[in-house]
Design a binder for this molecule. Structure first.
Ligand code: NOJ
Length: 766
């Protein structure tokens, strides 16, 4: 061997050994640190009285939100705000610094507090509401907006957000559909994981890392009748296949905390549901973090009828491993006595305290309780131009073009006269949507403002509020007729005000509220080209608008940059690319309506009157899941499969050619759905199993590939065991769930699978 080679081999060997030694040293250091951390927490727990432990498990609110039926539940004077382990709604660097000082100085053991808040879709810069952002079908976008929200919130002293809300919702009467990612567990799981990652960022000790909360565990979105807080009664299969999936994805992604729902499942309120919280979440999924009750959810075990007094409610909740009591005060008042009387074990309370203290430790608060409360940092982090730019980008990508007859859109910026109608067009509060944290209407751009800023100086923009969703007053409508006589185009902002969806905002109708139907009738009568911009927090049933209005944009509530983004799309600076994450019904009578339905023994058919359909409405959706048009068109080739027949553990590559066959550059979300044609149990007619976004110039083509494997063809058999069953599968690929573009393949072997598989879609796994 020549000497140079020998020398380099020796050097390489030394380098490998050195790296190996360094990694061992690092691992040792980490082990030592975690042992020291654990010992610190155990020492602290050893010094704490039962009362001090109960304080740590108590969260108080500094907000003035009414506590509902519970009297005096949240009287901070009763408990002493500074003694509570965490506070809800306290933010602002100076404010949290002061509160932290009181907590650290005011407690015998100087334990710092956690400051928490509902940072749902932005803190000061408000991003699209979650249902809107889900329309972008863009997990990385959701990760980026969650990150930006965390940067602002933590700069304002917050340690903890009660987001992401990952409830699947298939009944749009339920107002909280606005807070989640829609109806589908696959898309929901993707966005749940992304948002958890975005909130965490690099993770502690980085002070822009915020604790996340997956809520509301579980099936809160399955509320009967779409009535908020109502019970959910569903099969174990549906629970597993649909409602638990995004939670499992959030846990896999490392979510810090979980919040139980106000609902019951199988006659057990979630705040006392040991089977789901302890056995499923903690034992089966190995969730190590904190479970925080929802607002007074522990005291509500009394009206639920499983406890008659607060003491019993507290016992049930702690036994179900609910660690923190949000505002009912019952842990504070009852836990010490429950432990002393032997009704609760010392271990149970210590376990909860340990998890809370560990969360504080992870954030570095025992080293420096004030590390999140830095007024200088706060001054430089809120509402920054790059954050606003991200809000505009997210808003653009969240808009769904529902209809565009005769290419009415995009509009020219040089129209002579454009009439904007509808009170929502100038409603800055509604632009932000519900749960808008520290967002301010004065800092948001309304649709009217966006349009005014976008058009050329030669365009006259006339505004007629005409009708408001919140009022049945039709007196303003007459003015529309006068204003539009010489108009080139009418843009009508219609829908709901922000406070018509969200918590406690269930509706029994899904039409346009207030006098807006009358306004629509008037607009149609004018004979002028009308563009409807929908602002709403849930799917609306608007068959008349669909029938008579040529162009409809679903804009939801898009946040601080709403007006800019709507104008960007209206005037064609941006080509819309959103796709519906939830089905739009024709009438409220169709709900629940969703893509992954079962075929039934009598599938809808044009010939059989005794088939599964309605006598007074079409059975189909007004706009199906995955629907969304563009200013260009995309043409799909037939799906190509790497194999026609495969064993259960083989992988399958599905490819499809997509071409931009129109005149403008555009972005398309290519969607893949799967169906097992025959199995031992019935299967959904289509299940989303993949999506991929492509940007194409006019005339450009690309090939999109999807990799599928046993996770995609697995099912829970009748005994709820996870199996791949041999059989024929149909794969559908297109730009909507209604596509007929399909191919078939056969899985030729069966097998029982071990473990639950990953809930996070393959392309997003670490
Ligand atoms: C009640 C809501 O259900 C929950 O989502 C929220 O986090 C808490 N209130 C705290 O505001």
């Amino acid at each position: 061997m020549d000497w140079t080679h020998l020398a380099s081999a020796i050097l390489l060997g030394m380098l490998i050994v050195a790296t190996w030694l360094a990694s061992i040293a690092q691992a040792n250091e980490r082990t030592q640190k975690s042992q020291e951390d654990a010992a610190f927490i155990e020492r602290l727990i050893g010094q704490m009285t039962l009362e001090e432990k109960a304080d740590q498990l108590t969260q108080l609110s500094v907000l003035t939100i009414p506590t509902g039926p519970i009297e005096d539940a949240n009287d901070p004077k009763k408990i002493g705000t500074s003694k509570a382990g965490s506070l809800l709604g306290a933010y602002g660097a100076e404010n949290t610094r002061r509160l932290q000082h009181e907590a650290v100085q005011g407690s015998r053991l100087h334990i710092p507090q956690l400051f928490s808040f509902d940072v749902i879709h932005g803190f000061r810069t408000i991003f699209p509401v979650p249902l809107a952002e889900a329309s972008a079908w863009d997990p990385y976008l959701s990760q980026r907006t969650a990150r930006a929200a965390a940067v602002e919130a933590t700069a304002s002293g917050l340690h903890w957000t009660f987001a992401p809300m990952v409830d699947i919702a298939r009944d749009s009467r339920w107002g909280r559909v606005i807070e989640g990612a829609g109806e589908d567990p696959f898309l929901g799981a993707a966005l749940a994981a992304s948002r958890v990652r975005g909130f965490r960022g690099e993770g502690p000790p980085d002070t822009s890392s915020i604790l996340s909360t997956a809520k509301h565990f579980v099936a809160y979105g399955a509320a009967e009748g779409g009535l908020d807080y109502n019970i959910s009664d569903l099969s174990e299969r549906t629970l597993e296949e649909v409602y638990l999936t995004p939670f499992r994805a959030a846990v896999e992604a490392g979510v810090d905390t979980i919040m139980p729902g106000f609902n019951e499942v199988d006659s057990m309120p979630m705040h006392a549901n040991r089977k789901l919280l302890k056995q499923k979440l903690r034992d089966e999924w190995d969730f190590q973090g904190v479970v925080v009750s929802d607002w007074a959810g522990i005291r509500e075990l009394i009206p639920h009828g499983v406890a008659s007094v607060p003491r019993e409610a507290a016992r049930l909740a702690l036994n179900a491993t609910v660690d923190i009591d949000m505002v009912s005060g019952d842990y504070n008042a009852e836990l010490p006595a429950l432990v002393r009387s032997g009704q609760l074990s010392q271990d149970a309370i210590d376990g909860a305290v340990r998890r809370v203290l560990q969360a504080k430790q992870r954030l570095g608060l025992f080293d420096d309780p004030y590390r999140y409360s830095d007024p200088t940092r706060e001054k430089t982090q809120l509402l920054q131009p790059p954050t606003r730019a991200l809000a505009r980008e997210a808003a653009q990508k969240s808009i769904v073009l529902l209809k565009n007859d005769d290419a009415l859109l995009p509009l020219s910026k040089n129209l002579r006269k454009l009439v904007v109608v509808g009170a929502l067009a100038n409603d800055g509060v509604s632009s932000l949507g519900s749960w808008s944290a520290d967002g301010r209407a004065s800092e948001s751009i309304t649709v009217l403002e966006g349009i005014k800023r976008a058009v050329s100086p030669m365009t006259e923009v006339v505004y007629v509020p005409a009708a408001s969703p919140g009022s049945t007053d039709i007196s303003g409508i007459e003015e529309v007729q006068r204003a539009v006589v010489d108009a080139d185009v009418i843009v009508a902002a219609l829908g709901e005000t922000a406070d018509m969806s969200g918590e406690a905002r269930s509706r029994t109708s899904l039409g346009l509220p207030g006098a807006q139907d009358a306004l629509v009738a008037q607009l149609i009568k004018t004979g002028k080209p009308v563009v409807v911009v929908l602002m709403n927090g849930r799917p609306l049933a608007i068959p008349t608008v669909d029938e008579h209005v040529p162009a409809i944009l679903e804009a939801w509530f898009l946040g601080t940059e709403m007006g800019h983004a709507v104008a960007d799309v209206l005037f064609g600076d941006v080509n819309p690319s959103g796709k519906l994450p939830i089905t739009f019904p024709r009438t409220v009578g169709q709900v629940p309506i969703y893509l992954a339905r079962k075929n039934t023994g009598r599938p809808p058919s044009g010939t059989n009157a005794y088939a599964s359909s309605y006598i007074d409405s079409k059975w189909t959706a007004l706009y199906p899941f995955g629907h969304g048009l563009s200013y260009t068109t995309f043409t799909y080739g037939t799906p190509r499969l790497s194999k026609q027949r495969l064993a259960f553990d083989e992988t399958l590559t599905v490819q499809v050619d997509v071409q931009n066959s129109g005149q403008r550059a555009g972005e398309e979300t290519v969607q893949l759905y799967l169906r097992q044609d025959v199995a031992s149990i019935t299967r959904p007619v289509r299940m989303l199993r993949g999506f991929s976004k492509v940007r194409l110039a006019p005339g450009e083509s690309t090939t999109v590939s999807f990799l599928l494997d046993q996770d995609d063809w697995a099912l829970l058999n009748h005994d709820l065991l996870r199996f791949v069953e041999s059989g024929i599968f149909t794969v559908f690929i297109g730009g909507t769930s209604a596509t007929d573009n399909q191919a078939k393949f056969e899985v030729i072997t069966s097998a029982q699978l071990t473990g639950p598989g990953s809930a996070i879609p393959r392309t997003l796994r670490d």
